[in-house]
Structure formats: C-alpha cells, structure tokens
Design a protein around this ligand. Structure first.
Ligand SMILES: [Zn+2]
Length: 455
C-alpha cells in the first residue's frame, strides 16, 4: 500500500489490524487506505462471453515495461513516495496545530456542558476527528488528483467526496466508541490503561475485521457472487481449489466492480470465520486470461490456506500493544512538559487525545518498515503457493505467473527499480522485478524436491 495516511487514532489502530488482516495480490491494500465508492456511468462488468481473446503474449524473461510506460511508472512511483512522506509530515503538523490552537480544550469545554460521559464522547470525538480530517484534506486531494492524472483512478471528484464523507461517518462511530472506552479506562486505571484498553479493544477489532466485508466494504464498492457473473471462471477456480485438496465453496468467491473507480487490477482475501472470502476485481478478470486469473487466485488462496488473515491479526495485535505502551509513556512525558501550554488538565482529560494521536502517528510511521517487512514475507509465501497450486494444472505455469505480474505492473504502473530504502520502508509486496524472477525460476519439481505448501 502506498497510500497510507494518518487521519485519526481509530483509523490508525484499524490500519494495523485491517491492513494486516486483508492480503492483496498487488500494491493496493484494502484496509483503511483506499477511498472507493459508487460512481455510476462506468462499463458493465465483463463476463466470460465478453472477455477478449487471450492476447498472444510475448515470453516474459524479466519485469520489463515498454519505454513510455517505464517512464510513466518511474514518475508516478516517485510522486507516490514523496506523497507518502509529505502526508506523514503534514499529519504531524496538523496535530501540532490542533494542540497549539488549543482546539481540543475548546471542544472538551463544549462537551462538558453535558454530564453524561458518553454524551461528552459523542460531542468531543467527532468534532476533533472532523477537524483533523479537514485539515488533512490537501494531501488526500493531491493523492486522488495524482491517480486520476496517471489514469489509474477513473473516479469522479463527486464520488470521491462522497466516499470521504462516508469514511468520516465510519470513523466518527468507531471514534466515539473507542474514545469513550479509552477515557473510561484511563480514569479507572491511570497506570495500566494501555494494557486494559488493549485487552478490551482486541475483540472489538476482531469483530470489525469480521464485519468489514459484510458492512463496510459494500459502502464503497459493489460486490456480487462470482458465480453470478462468471460461472465459467468459478469452474476454473474450483480446479485450483481441488488441486490443493482444499475447500473454498463458490459462495465465498466474490467479484468486486472496481472498474467503476479504477483501472488497477487486484484481488484480495478478507474477513474472518463466516465472512472469510476471496474477492477478485472485475478489472483483473477483464485484463487477464483465465490461466493468469487462476494464478492470481492461487496467490489469494495461499493467503486463505496459510491463515494469513489470522497471522496478520496476531501480528497487528502485538504491534498495537507496543504502540499503546509507548503511547502511555510518551503521553506522560509530553504532558509533563507541555500539558499546561496546550491547556490539557491531565491524561484523563478528553483534550489529551490529540497528544495520543500524535504519538501514534509518529510511532506508527516508525513501525511501518516492521509491518511492511512482515507483509512482504507473507506476500512472497502467497506467490510461492500460487506457483505450486497451478503447477501441472495450467500449461507453462511459471510463464503464466510472470505474465500476470507483467500485466499488474503495466496497469498499476509499478516501480521497475525501487530504491532499497523505499522498498524497506513502504513496500508491502516484494518489488515486481523480484516477483517475476521468482516466478520464472521457482521449480522444485525439476530438482526432484517436494513443494513446500501444496504436496
Ligand atoms: Zn497477497
């Protein structure tokens, strides 16, 4: 995901969990990252009948882009990297301004006209979150402009604004609940609140991960059972499932009408338990051949079978605990220095929230290479799984995999040659050059070895 932005604490906390808990094929991540919603006049979803005949693909030997696309990809990627770091700095400045303008103490005074603590949270949290979100709009707007300018996004500004509004409403609802719980715990236990808050929010966040594909995702995109739109593809995908002796019933395969908003191709696994599912974007189906889509599905199946959603959640939970503990220490430290200047009475004052958000923003930023390194590892595993599960099922499966990466790179304008620091800090998938090389060279069968995941 290249579009991580700090917006507010609930989003930040959710970022770790949702980000870790949904595993995509390409650069974009589901989580809190992309704003997406319903514009209406776009193309119909492709059915197998409409799908263009597979182009006679040139043999892929490495990740190579045609010169014009190469140049575009380099420029676009650089702009995204710069935006990523500017967004972080901008977010920090916004929070510092909120603190120095003493906006939170003002909102707290308004809120405290009410006596009930929950009513206070209902007044305070949305006011503060909205202020931060509005002040944080410029990098968001620039990000959307960039995507439209490079032909990745086809979403209208109206539709984008409506998505922004909906994501604010979601963040208000979550914010009210989490902030109310947080300050109740802080008042109850000023020294151990970080631990108790973690214990209490974990089941809530797990529940949200469960709920996301059922309630939150449909607010931004249209979904349909893949069986309805593309039964032939489902039959092909079921072959992949059976190859691994697994059981992913067709009713857990969904089509997302991404083409209403983007040209990018992707697929992802999301949800927990009864909501666990594989989602394929209609753009992917339109731009890739059936064998290529089978490999993409094999990659997603790797996430599904290797329990990456659960592992991501567990990883996110550990990161969250560390963040909360450091937030607790940092809050103590900063309030003892600047609490008076910022008009904050103490840790248990609603007005201390921006301090905590600032600490989370900085700590989250510093922690991003850790979570991205974890993510690159599981993405590599999923690539390997995809290669193993399609081996022997589709002719020349290594080449097919390489071609699907090639399409991903051309459409999403993936950086052909990322700087190692950028890769370490921002990339949540291995660079495409590495993925293509691995796809072309992974062949344990030739060496008489057992594949690791699909026996
Ligand atoms: Zn993946």
């Amino acid at each position: 995901m290249l579009r991580f932005r700090i917006r507010n604490a609930p989003a930040l906390i959710l970022f770790f969990l949702l980000f870790a808990a949904s595993c995509a094929f390409g650069q974009s991540s589901r989580g809190t990252a992309t704003l997406a919603a319903t514009s209406s006049t776009q193309a119909q979803p492709p059915s197998s009948a409409q799908r263009p005949a597979p182009q006679t693909s040139v043999q892929v030997r490495s990740y190579t882009l045609p010169p014009d696309i190469y140049e575009k990809a380099v420029k676009y990627s650089r702009a995204q990297y710069i935006l990523y770091f500017i967004s972080f700095v901008w977010g920090v400045i916004v929070l510092l301004l909120v603190l120095s303008w003493k906006l939170a103490p003002k909102y707290r005074d308004w809120a405290e006209h009410a006596h009930n603590r929950f009513v206070q949270a209902v007044i305070f949290a949305p006011l503060l979150l909205l202020t931060i979100a509005v002040l944080g709009l410029p990098p968001d707007i620039f990000g959307h402009w960039l995507e439209r300018n490079y032909g990745i996004s086809v979403q209208s500004w109206n539709s984008w604004a409506w998505d922004w509004t909906k994501s604010q409403i979601i963040s208000f609802i979550l914010g009210i609940i989490l902030v109310w719980i947080l300050y109740a715990i802080i008042r109850h236990s000023p020294r151990r609140w970080w631990l108790y808050f973690w214990v209490i929010t974990l089941p809530i966040l797990v529940f949200l991960v469960f709920l996301a594909p059922l309630v939150i995702d449909p607010l931004f995109n249209k979904f349909e059972p893949l069986q309805n739109t593309d039964p032939q593809l489902v039959t092909a995908l079921e072959q992949v499932v059976h190859r691994a002796n697994m059981d992913i019933p067709p009713d857990r395969m969904f089509l997302m009408k991404a083409s209403e908003k983007t040209n990018a191709v992707d697929a992802y696994v999301t949800g927990l338990g009864a909501s666990k599912r594989v989602v394929v974007w209609d753009t992917t189906i339109k731009k890739m051949t059936v064998p290529e889509t089978m490999f993409v599905f094999g990659h997603e199946m790797g996430h599904y079978v290797l329990n990456h959603v659960y592992k991501g959640l567990a990883f996110g939970a550990v990161v969250l605990l560390v963040l909360l503990y450091l937030g607790f220490r940092g809050m103590f430290w900063s309030l003892s220095r600047w609490g008076g200047v910022w008009g904050i009475r103490g840790v248990d004052d609603w007005a201390s929230l921006p301090v905590l958000l600032l600490l989370f923003a900085i700590l989250g930023f510093v922690a991003s290479p850790i979570s991205n390194t974890f993510s690159r590892h599981i993405e590599h595993q999923a690539d390997q799984y995809g290669l193993e599960v399609t081996h022997g099922l589709i002719p020349d499966s290594n080449q097919v995999a390489a071609q699907s990466f090639e399409i991903l790179g051309e459409v999403d304008l993936s950086d052909p040659d990322p700087n190692p620091f950028i890769e370490f800090w921002i990339f949540n998938h291995p660079p495409l050059t590495e993925r293509v090389n691995f796809a072309l060279t992974y062949d344990p069968w030739a060496e008489g070895k057992q594949p690791e995941f699909v026996k």
